[in-house]
Write a protein that binds this ligand. Structure first.
Ligand code: GLN
Length: 304
């Protein structure tokens, strides 16, 4: 019988004693102040058990992890139409890479790189009555927690410095792949990325993908097939040019963000979330990846 408590404790001890903790993202100035020594893990199983260590209750900037939630929301009302405007292939490139987008005529490789997420943001704006409010309510409903919120300072900070995203949105617009104005879409996208959640809140929200599209509170948002496909995209595209490495080392669908969070899951079994703000050279949490590699190696629980 696996003792998750002991396993998480071992991983935690190893992580806090690791010298190379990576580098905190500073291209979004507001994120640069985060303490590099923060570290938390939260595990939620399908039997309803929870295990946690460290700073698992401290909210952090979920950044690109929000792309999966935005995709889920877009798919819940657009279904397969989404795939006419964004692909499902890994990009093999950094999250903010631009040249492929031009080569491929404004159709982003997948919805988890920035350009793809900007197209998803455009779809949400076109379909939601009050886009920012409605999206936040969706995330709150998944989490069962109304304290989840945007961090307006972080959104503003990214708006002031997000030149690559501004370039991506303009390219998309020039190819006719944005319905709304570049400013409106980016305003939504920067807010979406600025949502703050703790590991334990993220575990609740991502339970949707463990549970075949039905959230922790039993509401059905996605069909089984839609949930399966989102998990497949997380596995192949969730870590940008390190998606292969994450599948190789960890073997779970998952998504990282430059705030240092990772949400990963084994369908029907568990969701595990980590937070450690230091990033490796590919923009993924250094200790988060290490912790998840240790977790699936020690427990032998992965999709492979
Ligand atoms: N908001 C960030 C950006 O667009 C998200 C990137 C990330 O978390 N990888 O650059």
């Amino acid at each position: 019988m696996l003792d998750f408590r002991i396993i998480l404790d071992e991983i935690y001890k190893d992580a806090i004693h690791t010298k190379d903790k990576g580098v905190v993202a500073s291209y979004i100035p507001e994120l640069a102040h985060i303490d590099r020594n923060s570290f938390g893990i939260h595990l939620r199983t399908s039997e309803g058990n929870e295990y946690s260590v460290g700073d698992f209750n401290k909210p952090f900037s979920i950044q690109s992890i929000s792309k999966v939630l935005a995709l889920a929301k877009a798919i819940s009302f657009k279904g397969n139409d989404v795939w006419q405007r964004v692909g499902v292939e890994p990009s093999g490139n950094p999250f903010n890479h631009l040249s492929l987008l031009e080569l491929e005529n404004g159709i982003p490789r997948n919805p988890l790189i920035n350009s793809g997420a900007i197209v998803i943001a455009d779809i949400l704006i076109s379909h939601l009555d009050n886009p920012k409010e409605d999206f936040l309510n969706f995330v709150r409903d998944l989490t069962g927690d109304n304290s989840v919120n945007y961090n307006k300072q972080v959104a503003k900070s990214e708006k002031a410095t997000g030149y690559k995203n501004i370039a991506a949105a303009n390219l998309l617009k020039s190819f006719g792949n944005l319905e709304n104005s570049v400013d409106d879409v980016l305003d939504f996208y920067f807010h979406q990325c600025s949502i703050e959640m703790s590991c334990s809140q993220l575990s609740k929200a991502f339970y949707l993908f463990v549970n075949k599209g039905k959230c922790l509170f039993e509401k059905v948002y996605l069909t089984e097939s839609q949930a399966k496909r989102i998990n497949a995209i997380m596995l192949t595209c969730g870590f940008y040019d390190e998606a292969g490495e994450f599948a190789f080392e960890v073997g779970l669908p998952g998504k990282s963000g430059v705030g240092g969070g990772i949400a990963a899951l084994l369908p029907n079994k568990f969701v595990i979330t980590t937070w450690s703000p230091g990033l490796n050279k590919n923009g993924n949490s250094q200790l988060g990846m290490q912790a998840l590699e240790q977790f699936t190696s020690k427990t032998k629980l992965s999709i492979f």
